[in-house]
Design a protein around this ligand. Structure first.
Ligand code: FRU
Length: 496
C-alpha cells in the first residue's frame, strides 16, 4: 500500500512538472494521453516491455507482456494480458502472472497442450501452458549465478486465470547468470514423432531442450557461440520453420541482442539454416537484422495459429533499452509494433526474412486520399502512406509540423535512412536524436509507411527491409512532401 501511495505521489509530481514544461503539446483532450497510439498496443497504464506467451485460441489472439503495474519504469516483472479478435483492438484483461517466492516473471511463451501431455488438464479441456523465466532478485543481489530458472503455469479457462505448477522450477540453472526467455513449440521430427522443443537464451548462445510433458527437459544442443553479432547478451529466441519458394522448409532462428544492435542498443538478429536431430545448422555466418530501426526488440511469434491461416505472425516491443525507461510518456510506457507476417525471400541466392504488415491493418483504413503534386496535408496522426518508386533508385520523403520539426526517410547510393535528429522531444537521452541507416543493395519498388502518435514503421517492398522508429514531435505532423520520383501516392486515415 505504501508503495502504491508513493507511486501515485511520484506520478503526480512528474505530471505537474512535465505538464508545465510542455504546455503546447496537445494530442488529445487529456494531457497525460499525449503520444498514445491509435492502433498500436499499449498497456492501459504503467510499464511494459517484451511481448510474451502469444497464442491463438477460438478466434482470440492472446498477447501477454512484461509488465510492472506499479510504475512507469521497469521493476518486478509480471505478465500483463490482452486479447483481440482482429489484432488492432485489444481488450485489457487482469494481470496473468505475478511474482512469487521464486522470483519475478520474466519473458517466455505459451502453448496449447491439446493432447494434455502435461497432465495439467484433460483431453476434454486441454491446458494452455505458459513457460517463463523466474528471476530471483535475492539471488541476484547476493551475487549468486543461478538466479534464473524456468517455471510453468497453466490455464483451464482460455487463458483467463493461471495456476503455477506446484513443482516449479522445471528447469534448474547450471550456474549461468543469463539463462532465460524460453520459447516452446511443438516439434515434429523427420519420422513424424512429436515432442516439445524449447529455445533458451543462455548468455552468448542459444540452447535447445526437449520434453514430452513440458515438465521434464533434456538438453539437446547449443548454437551461436562466436557466430553472429555478440555486442551484448542474447535474449528472446524463437525458432521458426518457413518455406522457401520451392517448398523447402528452412529454420529461422531469431535472437534479440542488447546492446550491440546496428543502431546502438537493442535489436533482433536472425540466422537461417536447418534443424536436424536436435541441432541448428546455419547456412552461413552472415549477420542479418530483422528490422534496421532502433525500436523493434524482443519480438517473437504466435503459437497455435490455425493451419488454414498459413502464416507466421510476429510482434515486437517498439522501444530500445537505451532509452525505454526515459521516453516522455506520462502514465504508461511503450507500445508494440504492428503485427507482422514473416516469410522468406531470396536476393541473389541468399535467403532473407521479409516482415510484412499483417493484413488485418487494412480493415482499419477509414478514408483514402490520393496524393497529388507530391505533397499533402495530413488528415490525422494515425495514417498509412503508400507510394511507388520510379526511375532512379533514390528518393526522399519528409513529415513536418508548424514548429519546424521534421522526420525524413530517404534512399541514396544503396543506403536507406531515417532521420529523427530534429523530430521533437529528444532531451531525455543523448543517443535519441540521430540518423539511422540500413544498406539495401537491391531496387526499391514500393514504400509503405505506418504513422501513429509516436511511431513510424517503414516497410520497403512489402517488408524486404523494415525500419521502425519511435519519436515524440511536440506538435502533430502536418505536412508530407515526397520527391518527384515517388508516384501513385496514397494515404489512408487509420482508425479502429
Ligand atoms: C528482454 C529482456 C528479457 C527478460 C525481460 C525482463 O528485453 O531483458 O531477456 O526476460 O526483458 O523484463
Amino acid at each position: 500500500m505504501k508503495l502504491k501511495i508513493y507511486t501515485y505521489l511520484t506520478s503526480l509530481f512528474f505530471c505537474i512538472s512535465a505538464c508545465n514544461h510542455s504546455k503546447d503539446i496537445v494530442f488529445s483532450e487529456s494531457g497525460n494521453e499525449k503520444f498514445r497510439p491509435e492502433y498500436h498496443f499499449t498497456p492501459k497504464t504503467a510499464w511494459m516491455n517484451d511481448p510474451n506467451g502469444m497464442f491463438y485460441l477460438d478466434g482470440e489472439y492472446h498477447l501477454f507482456y512484461q509488465y510492472y503495474p506499479d510504475s512507469t519504469v521497469w521493476g518486478p516483472m509480471h505478465w500483463g494480458h490482452a486479447v483481440s479478435t482482429d489484432l488492432t483492438s485489444w481488450e485489457h484483461l487482469p494481470v496473468a502472472l505475478e511474482p512469487d517466492s521464486l522470483g519475478y516473471i520474466f519473458s517466455g511463451s505459451a502453448v496449447v497442450d491439446s493432447k494434455n501431455t502435461s497432465g495439467l488438464g484433460s483431453l476434454d479441456n486441454p491446458p494452455i501452458v505458459a513457460i517463463f523465466t523466474y528471476h530471483d532478485p535475492r539471488g541476484e543481489r547476493e551475487g549468486e549465478l543461478d538466479f534464473q530458472t524456468q517455471g510453468i503455469a497453466y490455464s483451464l479457462d482460455k487463458g483467463r486465470t493461471w495456476t503455477k505448477y506446484d513443482k516449479n522450477p522445471v528447469l534448474q540453472n547450471p550456474g549461468i547468470k543469463d539463462f532465460r526467455d524460453p520459447k516452446v513449440q511443438l516439434f515434429k521430427d523427420e519420422k513424424g514423432n512429436e515432442s516439445w522443443l524449447m529455445s533458451l537464451a543462455v548468455k552468448d548462445h542459444i540452447e535447445f531442450y526437449s520434453s514430452n510433458d513440458l515438465k521434464n527437459w533434456i538438453k539437446l544442443s547449443e548454437f551461436g557461440n562466436k557466430i553472429g553479432a555478440h555486442g551484448g547478451v542474447w535474449e528472446c529466441p524463437d525458432l521458426i520453420p518457413l518455406k522457401t519458394e520451392s517448398g523447402e522448409t528452412k529454420y529461422v532462428l531469431l535472437v534479440s541482442i542488447n546492446p550491440g544492435g546496428p543502431q546502438k542498443g537493442s535489436a533482433t538478429q536472425y540466422f537461417i539454416g536447418d534443424f536436424k536431430e536436435g541441432v541448428f545448422i546455419p547456412d552461413d555466418t552472415m549477420i542479418r537484422w530483422l528490422d534496421y530501426g532502433p525500436d523493434n526488440y524482443a519480438g517473437v511469434t504466435w503459437s497455435n495459429l490455425p493451419s488454414e491461416q498459413n502464416r507466421t505472425l510476429f510482434i515486437g516491443w517498439m522501444s530500445n533499452w537505451l532509452y525505454a525507461n526515459q521516453v516522455p510518456t506520462e502514465t504508461w510506457r511503450s507500445a508494440m509494433t504492428i503485427p507482422r507476417e514473416l516469410s522468406l525471400f531470396d536476393i541473389d541466392g541468399t535467403y532473407l526474412v521479409k516482415s510484412s504488415p499483417a493484413h488485418e491493418i487494412e480493415e482499419i483504413r477509414k478514408e483514402t486520399y490520393f496524393i497529388n503534386d507530391n505533397s499533402t496535408e495530413l488528415p490525422g496522426v494515425s495514417v498509412e502512406i503508400e507510394a511507388t518508386v520510379t526511375g532512379e533508385d533514390s528518393f526522399e520523403l519528409s513529415f513536418s509540423n508548424e514548429l519546424g520539426e521534421e522526420f525524413k526517410i530517404s534512399k541514396e547510393m544503396g543506403l536507406l535512412s531515417v532521420d529523427r535528429s530534429n523530430a521533437g522531444i529528444s532531451d531525455f537521452n543523448p543517443d535519441f536524436a540521430t540518423i539511422h541507416s540500413a544498406p539495401m543493395s537491391w531496387e526499391t519498388e514500393k514504400l509503405q509507411i505506418f504513422l501513429d502518435a509516436h511511431s513510424v514503421e517503414v516497410f520497403i517492398n512489402d517488408g524486404e527491409l523494415v525500419i521502425t522508429s519511435i519519436l515524440f514531435p511536440k506538435s502533430p505532423w502536418k505536412s508530407l512532401i515526397l520527391s518527384e520520383n515517388l508516384k501513385n501516392g496514397k494515404l489512408y486515415l487509420l482508425q479502429k
